[in-house]
Write a protein that binds this ligand. Structure first.
Ligand code: COA
Length: 186
């Protein structure tokens, strides 16, 4: 089945909520499944607004409340909801603020893993990153997250350094040069 990136929509929000109901969290920084589910039950349109809004603040993994960066969020779609990938950046620069652990975050629901979907989703978001003016992506993963490490490497990721994150984990930081053409995996 072909994977595509789809914009979140109200008519498909029940599929997203069904994933939250299993305890799956779209964020790796913080488990947001309970709070998003509560909002969905109260006001589905408000949840959609929260998922896609460009203003306001976000709470980081360490509980810091910071301004929301410009972002694009997509659902991974193979005909069914498979997960999320998002891109965030600072306009006019490839640099990120210190609280932000990378330009891209992704999470695949457990029942759709090991099908190459995260690898493909990262490949599909690279043109989006180029289109918003980025020339180089920073992507990080926990040092024991072998699956994510492979996803990044398969997309041309170059290991840069290892660092202790504010949330306590050891992270690996990679860069992907967007000005170099890479052959898409799969
Ligand atoms: C990490 C994650 C996104 C990978 O999604 P996925 O769709 O299963 O990944 P892929 O199918 O594209 O697999 C990528 C590679 O990792 C390998 N892999 C997948 N799951 C693995 C696991 N549990 N252990 C070791 N390797 C694994 C695959 O075999 C593949 O390797 P290959 O390229 O050498 O063939 C998914 O496990 C997930 O959502 N985890 C929780 C959230 C998370 O960690 N997000 C990333 C934060 S940086």
């Amino acid at each position: 089945m072909t994977l595509r990136l789809a914009s979140p929509t109200l008519d498909r929000l029940p599929e997203y909520a069904a994933a939250l109901e299993t305890g799956w969290s779209p964020s790796n920084e913080r488990d947001v499944s309970g709070e998003q589910l509560a909002l969905y039950r109260r006001d589905p349109a408000q949840l959609l607004h929260e998922l896609t809004r460009q203003d306001g603040t976000i709470t980081t993994g360490t509980g810091l409340v910071v301004p929301r960066l410009p972002s694009r969020v997509f659902w991974l779609d193979d005909g069914e909801f498979c997960g999320v990938i998002n891109l965030r950046w600072q306009p006019g620069t490839d640099a990120l603020p210190p609280h932000c652990n990378g330009h891209v975050g992704y999470a695949v629901v457990p029942w759709k893993r090991r099908r190459g979907y995260a690898t493909r989703a990262l490949a599909l978001i690279l043109p989006v990153a180029r289109a918003v003016g980025l020339r180089r992506l920073t992507i990080t993963c926990d040092d024991d997250n072998e699956a994510s490490r492979r996803v990044i490497l398969a997309n041309g990721g170059i290991f840069e350094h290892r660092y202790p994150a504010a949330t306590g984990e050891t992270k690996l930081s990679f860069r992907i040069d967007l000005e170099t053409e890479t052959r898409p995996p799969h």
